[in-house]
Structures are given as C-alpha cells and as structure tokens.
Design a protein around this ligand. Structure first.
Ligand code: C5P
Length: 241
C-alpha cells in the first residue's frame, strides 16, 4: 500500500526525501547543504552532528525554510522526555525520534502538544536480533513480534509515525493504518554500495511498501555530485508514488 499525501505537489514529493547530514562538523554540513541546493528540503541531524553544534545548524536550516528531523532517539523518565520534547518543538523541528516505550511515547506526545512537531517512534533498533534482546534481559520474543507490538502501542498512544527498515514497512503500514508516517533508512539506489547496511531497498521499493519518507545519507553525502544524486533519488520517488 503506497502512501499518497493529500496533495502531491512537486514540493511535497521533495519533502519525502530526508537527507542524513552524517558529517562530523557544522562547517561540512553547511557546505553540503549549499551544494545540494533546492534538491534538499528536509535534513536529518543525528547524534554525531547534534552534539557538535547541530542544534544551531538546525535553527539556521529552519530559518532558511528547510525542514529538520532531529534523530535523538530520546528515552528517559516521562517528565524529562516531556520537557525535552517541548524544547525541540520550540526550536521548530519537524520530526523527532523517541524509543517506543509506552511511558516515553506518552510523554513525547504530551510534550509536543500545540506545536507542529511530529514524533516518530523507533520500535526495535535494527542492529538488534532475537539473541540481542535476550542478552538485554527480555523474555524470548522474536524481534519482528516486538516491532509489531510496539508499532500498535505507538498507534494507540497517538505517535505520528514509526521509523523502520524498509522490508518491515508493509507490515508496519498494516498496523498503523493509512494516516501515519513511516520513515525508512537503509535505502540504496540501484547500483549503489550497500556499506554497512545489511538489508537495503531501492527508493521505489520503499515507497511501494508504504514509506512516506526515505532517509538517505551516504549515497548523497559521499557522491561526487550530491545534488545530482539527490535529484536522481527524487525522480525515483516521484515515479513510484
Ligand atoms: O548512509 P545511510 O544512507 O546508510 O544512512 C542512513 C541514516 O539512517 C543514518 O543516519 C543512520 O544512522 C540512520 N539509520 C539507519 N538504520 C536504522 C536507523 C537509522 O541507517 N535502523
């Protein structure tokens, strides 16, 4: 079931590509954003850049009219999560990740109240398999089952969407219904290097599986021509949508 935004203008299509600013410094990130130009409307800032001046950069990008996804994967006591989310909402970010624990998700939903911030839940980190969950103290449960259970909890709590690997998108879409966001990393245009991503999917396949947004970093960040790489992925998204 592929997702169709109510209006699918060219601008909305552009917003479906989230470019991961996986670079070590704000200076490098600024240079990259400049090179990508209007092919990039939505940027993800993760741990590496957030803790190296990335919040200031987020403000700059928002002031330039770009959208920002803060991939901070928050998880703490409810009071702390709620206050943190309120600060992120004030910053003007569009998306923020939290871990899909019910207390944390409820606190995040409370913290974003009255703002346009959308909360994405991370169900089970894709680096975890069944044995990692047992090692972490969980009663034996297949990781795929835990993904499904947490996706249903996220839906019931009123979280705006889920981050999941593209191969899980179809199953997660069936749980969430048609109106929530599904954001998928691990995307590789045909012929690109997989890097350390084990299960990669093309942009078109991820869109067809129900993803609303794709997160792409290395295929754009490391490209000789990042703008052309972003444009090629956008063309693939537009064709599949
Ligand atoms: O370079 P690449 O396109 O693989 O980067 C994907 C981005 O998505 C990175 O910022 C990475 O941290 C993030 N991510 C991921 N896999 C997940 C969750 C997030 O690759 N399961």
């Amino acid at each position: 079931m592929s997702f169709r935004p109510e209006s699918s203008s060219a601008k909305d299509m552009r917003d479906r590509l989230i470019i991961g600013l996986d670079v070590p410094s704000v200076e490098e990130a600024r240079a990259l954003v400049d090179r990508i130009g209007d092919a990039g409307t939505f940027y993800k800032i993760g741990y590496q850049l957030a803790y190296a001046g990335g919040f200031e950069l987020a403000r700059e990008l928002i002031d330039q009219g770009k959208k920002v996804f803060l991939d901070l994967k928050l998880h703490d006591i409810g009071n702390t999560v709620e206050a943190g989310v309120r600060s992120v909402a004030r910053l003007g970010a569009t998306l923020l990740t939290v871990h899909a624990y019910p207390q944390t998700m409820r606190a995040a939903v409370a913290g974003k109240a009255g703002s346009s911030l959308k909360i994405l839940a991370v169900t089970v980190l894709t680096s975890y398999d069944d044995s990692d969950l047992v090692e972490a103290g969980y009663a034996p449960v297949p990781a795929a089952e835990l993904v499904a259970r947490r996706a249903a909890q996220a839906r019931d709590i009123g979280v705006d969407g889920i981050v999941c690997a593209a191969p899980e998108a179809e199953r997660v879409r069936a749980i969430l219904g048609s109106d929530r966001l599904i954001v998928t990393p691990g995307i590789r245009p045909a012929g690109a290097e997989a890097g350390d991503q084990k299960r990669v999917v093309t942009p078109a396949d991820a869109i067809r599986a129900g993803a609303t947004h794709l997160v792409v970093a290395r295929p754009i960040v490391k490209a000789a021509d990042p703008r052309a790489a972003a444009e090629a992925i956008l063309a693939e998204i537009t064709q599949a949508a």
